[in-house]
Design a protein. Structure first.
Ligand SMILES: [Fe+2]
Length: 309
């Protein structure tokens, strides 16, 4: 355990996640405090900063200290091409609740699948920061599953098998799991072709390994489709067992930051037509792909012929 001097950490789960006290983001975070926050993020994977009354500019400025930010996919948020995504059930233009049959609520339903942000992009997100501005009185929690704990619980043989495989993640596939209609435009589909991802990733700062999968994970490269789906579904069932999960019940003005390389997350339902949920998210871009092109070729070449049957 890291010994912190400028912040105080309050663990929220036996295996990961902590609330961080002693930080006023709007008031300014000096470099020494920021270094401790980064260390806490690496250690706990999910960190909660309570009572942070931030506006959009404050959130962007703090997020950028962790690295360059992703811009959102076109058409998925009110401010297209911005660094922020609006999440919840309130239309930012009219400040009214979006009805459940409105196609824009599809995003909310998709967020209720276990996932890791942006794993459908060639370089998945490093971190996400979600700011709760209005939260429903019940429901609407965000659940996090520790992919380090899920990795540690595997037998060595299973860990080795995962290290040898490559999954393909595809946004169009994961959206098809919840969409009633084909609501993606051709432009959005063209923007998100399938991408390869390693099934195990390692944090270079502390050497901790984690399972890297998500509802975006579509198939195992080089495997028969049905066999790959069965494998990925079983892996998801293992990885999201309750003992690996922390459920965050939101308080207004919580800022929650998570490591997409170390946890999966999902939103929980709430009474959509009755209560307001207003959240704003920024996303810190990843540094590099989870697997190099030549390593994909090496792994595919090593697959036993039987695997493809
Ligand atoms: Fe997400």
């Amino acid at each position: 355990m890291t010994d912190f001097k400028r912040i105080r950490t309050e663990p929220l789960h036996p295996l990961f996640a902590a609330r961080i006290h002693g930080v006023d983001i709007k008031g300014g975070v000096d470099d020494a405090t920021f270094a401790e926050i980064e260390a806490a993020f690496d250690e706990y994977s999910v960190v909660v900063f309570p009572n942070q009354k931030l506006d959009d500019a404050d959130l962007i400025a703090f997020s950028e200290r962790f690295g360059p930010l992703e811009t959102m996919l076109k058409g998925f948020n009110a401010k297209s091409d911005s660094y922020l995504a609006y999440i919840g059930n309130v239309d930012p233009k009219t400040d009214t609740i979006i009805r459940t049959d409105d196609p824009r609520m599809q995003r909310q339903y998709s967020n209720e699948l276990w996932h890791t942000d942006s794993s459908f992009k060639p370089v998945g997100a490093k971190a996400s920061l979600l700011h709760g501005r209005e939260v429903p009185p019940s429901g609407g929690e965000t659940s996090f599953a520790s992919m380090r704990a899920a990795y540690d619980a595997l037998k060595p043989g299973q860990q080795a098998e995962l290290e040898s495989l490559v999954a393909e993640h595809w946004f169009v596939y994961s959206r098809s799991l919840t969409a009633k209609d084909d609501f993606l435009t051709e432009e959005q589909k063209a923007e998100t072709p399938p991408v390869p991802q390693a099934l195990i990733v390692e944090n270079p700062r502390n050497g901790r390994k984690a399972i890297y999968t998500a509802s975006h994970a579509y198939r195992i490269l080089g495997w028969d489709m049905a066999k790959g789906r069965e494998f990925l579904d079983a892996l998801m069932a293992h990885a999201t067992q309750e003992q690996f999960v922390y459920h965050h019940a939101w308080r207004p003005w919580d800022l929650v930051m998570w490591d997409n390389r170390a946890v999966q997350h999902r939103g929980n339902a709430f009474d959509y037509n009755r209560h307001r949920r207003v959240m704003v998210r920024s996303t810190v871009a990843g540094d590099a792909p989870t697997i190099a092109t030549d390593e994909i070729a090496r792994r595919l070449a090593r697959l036993p012929a039987a695997a493809a049957e």
